[in-house]
Ligand binder design. Structure first.
Ligand code: NAD
Ligand code: DAU
Length: 344
């Protein structure tokens, strides 16, 4: 194995740090690396939320810049001040990409291109590109390896492939220090309540229906967000430049099982679960082979049932956090109806 990189004293740019995984990652880094510094560049789209970072906003090691990754001048200037980049910023919700893919192309593909161009003209030593396991598409059996063909199904996943391959091309063509991560479905605190687990937990707490797509038999591999942050940390230390790493927890669960566990944990009635028309092009199953990152020394630590229970508890104990989001966002209220209106 190549010599470990020292990341203790890095000044790091985190893009999309006000979102779900980004804010968890910033907390993780500030907790574990007393000498690191973090600049968080986030546009604060509907998914960005500074409440996620309230406890660190006065930390002298942390700086927030509201801005767009597509702003070339801004990005170029920030790149002069950092030694590493962890790139999370993206449009991330599959259902939204089905309604309108435009922002996905502009942010996920073009935004990544702007960052890569700035990287080309900088002294930055490490650029971690956060991709997704959705780039491979769906499969009924077996596991995708990092060098399998990419066959995305949703406009979101296709835009992530564009970004993933653009990052790879900048390594091949210019030798830039880029590493790609492809994590599976994350869950945990601070996840925007349009995604499956926080939507179902918060709806159940509000006594609302839990809209389960199709037959509820689709399978996802659930990864606790802190385990994903540890994977990013490890890849920053030991990952090989130019490589992609799958990150999964081998927690394959059908959606219906998760819905039932959520109502059980909240002591609600199962009748809250409502089967609704399926998501268009709904991927049946995601599953990734993680031997490559295991060989670097990473394994998920959180046991799924315990992590789900603690996640449910977090949403129970932080009602202000999600109620504010649900109240603020008019589009949130109409999103589901709009999605199905034309298909009934
Ligand atoms: P999120 O939607 O919660 O957060 C995205 C963040 O990016 C928000 O804070 C938003 O304001 C910011 N952003 C969006 N467009 C921007 C722009 N143009 N400039 C600057 N900031 C912008 O997303 P997440 O779930 O935390 O996902 C983070 C990354 O991880 C994404 O790249 C996503 O594709 C990837 N990923 C997510 C999961 C998951 O399960 N959540 C799994 C695998 C990979
Ligand atoms: O696999 C990684 C990906 O996981 C990330 O790249 C994406 O950013 C992230 O959004 C997530 O994509 P999914 O489509 O798998 O996540 P979502 O939470 O939207 O849905 C999870 C499963 O639950 C999926 O099979 C669809 C289903 N679902 C979702 C919602 C929102 C429902 O049955 N009902 C719902 O209301």
């Amino acid at each position: 194995m190549a010599e470990e990189r020292r990341i203790e004293d890095l000044t790091l740019l985190v893009t999309g740090g006000a979102g779900f995984i980004g804010s968890n990652f910033i907390h993780y880094m500030l907790d574990h690396y007393p000498r690191c510094k973090i600049i968080n560049l986030d546009k604060l789209t509907y998914a960005g939320n500074l409440d996620n970072l309230k406890d660190v906003e006065k930390d002298p090691r942390y700086e927030f810049i509201q801005g767009d990754i597509r702003d070339r001048e801004l990005v170029r200037n920030i790149f002069k001040r950092v030694q590493g980049v962890v790139h999370f910023a993206a449009e991330t919700h599959v259902d939204r990409s089905i309604l309108d893919a435009g922002e996905f192309v502009l942010t996920d593909v073009y935004g990544t291109f702007v960052l890569l161009e700035a990287l080309k003209n900088s002294d930055i030593k490490l650029f971690i590109h956060v991709s997704t396991d959705e780039v491979y598409g769906s499969r009924d059996k077996g596991y995708f390896k990092e060098d399998d063909p990419l066959c995305p199904s949703s406009p979101y996943a296709a835009s992530k492939v564009g970004a993933d391959r653009m990052a790879y091309a900048y390594w091949v063509t210019y030798g830039l220090p880029i590493i790609i991560l492809r994590p599976s479905n994350n869950f945990g605190p601070y996840q925007y309540p349009e995604k499956f687990i926080p939507l179902f937990v918060t709806n159940a707490l509000e006594g609302k229906n839990l809209p389960l797509y199709g037959k509820g038999t689709n399978v996802r591999d659930w990864l606790y967000v802190e385990d994903n942050c540890r994977a990013i940390e490890l890849v920053m230390r030991r990952g090989k430049v130019g490589e992609a790493y799958n990150v999964g927890a081998n927690n394959e669960v059908q959606n219906i099982t998760i819905a039932e566990r959520i109502v059980d944990l909240l002591e609600k009635h199962k009748s809250l679960i409502k089967f609704v028309p399926d998501r268009l092009g709904h991927d049946k199953r995601y599953a990734v082979d993680c031997r490559k990152i295991h060989a670097l020394g990473w394994k998920p630590e959180k046991e799924f049932d315990k992590a789900l229970a603690s996640t449910v508890r977090w949403y129970q104990e932080n009602t202000d956090w999600w109620q504010k989001i649900k109240e603020k966002s008019k589009e949130f209220k109409s999103f589901y109806e709009e999605y199905y209106r034309d298909r009934k």
